[in-house]
Design a protein around this ligand. Structure first.
Ligand code: PGA
Length: 255
């Protein structure tokens, strides 16, 4: 049985300590009964440290939303994995479609970041997903297969079991258009089949695949009830403690 994992990707929101801490305090009191779900919060860099401090002595982990693949150097504006580790950050989101589309990140760059994160024992949450054109042209599986080939290039099964994959169809992100549970499950099965081909059944069975894209309290339960959907990466609905909690609760009830 894979333990569900729910991530809150705050994106470029709640980046001041007051806003961030107020949400975290409220979330902490709401999630007291949650036992069977891994919870991860990915706030902006500016509040990582405050959030880590506020979450000490809880089971909630903290993720960065990005990082660079070097330890240090002349890389203006970038953040080293060593800095993240020193702050107590455990996870890092890599290859989010906004990084790919707005900031031009390539599979090759994301692959370097994944390798570096693993080397530094940060857990990568790696996002893959097709855009609307690809979906409408019937190319979803082709795109997913390519992204997996290139972003996970050179990784072996032992690496892969440390990674969380987030399937995030781009047309569903921030649009209010969720993939139906059936559409999402179909691609999750496809992803797991590729993992089986490449790394064998045991590895494939172990890897958690989150769904992401307009998850809300009212659609979370039906998504999480699907066998291959192991939780979610939540954007908009993670900016409010109650709605984020309801999504966590939907995952808990499904265990
Ligand atoms: P959304 O974002 O829930 O606002 O659609 C999800 C994500 O981008 O991770």
């Amino acid at each position: 049985m894979r333990k569900p994992i729910i991530g809150g990707n705050w994106k470029m929101h709640l980046g001041t300590p007051n806003e961030a801490i107020s949400l975290i305090k409220s979330l902490k009191s709401l999630i007291k009964g949650i036992k069977n779900v891994d919870i991860v919060i990915a706030p902006p860099f500016t509040v990582l440290e405050s959030v880590v401090r506020e979450l000490k002595k809880t089971d909630i982990s903290v993720s960065a939303q990005n990082m660079y693949f070097e330890d240090k150097g002349a890389f203006t504006g970038e953040i080293s994995p060593l800095f993240l580790k020193s702050m107590g950050v455990k996870y890092v989101i890599l290859g989010h479609s906004e990084r790919r589309q707005i900031f031009g990140e390539t599979d090759d760059l994301i692959n370097k970041k994944i390798k570096k994160a693993l080397k530094e024992s940060l857990i990568p949450i790696v996002c893959i997903g097709e855009n609307l054109n690809a979906r409408e042209a019937g190319k979803t599986k082709e795109i997913i297969r390519n992204q997996m080939n290139f972003t996970f290039q050179d990784l072996i099964g032992q690496d892969m079991i440390k990674i969380i994959i987030a399937y995030e169809p781009i047309w569903a992100i921030g649009t209010g258009k969720t993939a139906t549970p059936k559409q999402a499950e179909e691609i999750h099965i496809f992803i797991r089949d590729i993992l089986k081909e490449k790394y064998g059944e045991n590895v494939a069975d172990e890897i958690r695949i989150q769904y992401g894209g307009s998850i809300k309290p009212n659609n979370a339960k039906s998504l999480f009830s699907r066998e291959n959907i192991d939780g979610g990466l939540v954007g908009g609905a993670s900016l409010n403690s109650e709605s984020f909690y309801e999504i966590i609760e939907a995952a808990e009830k499904n265990t």
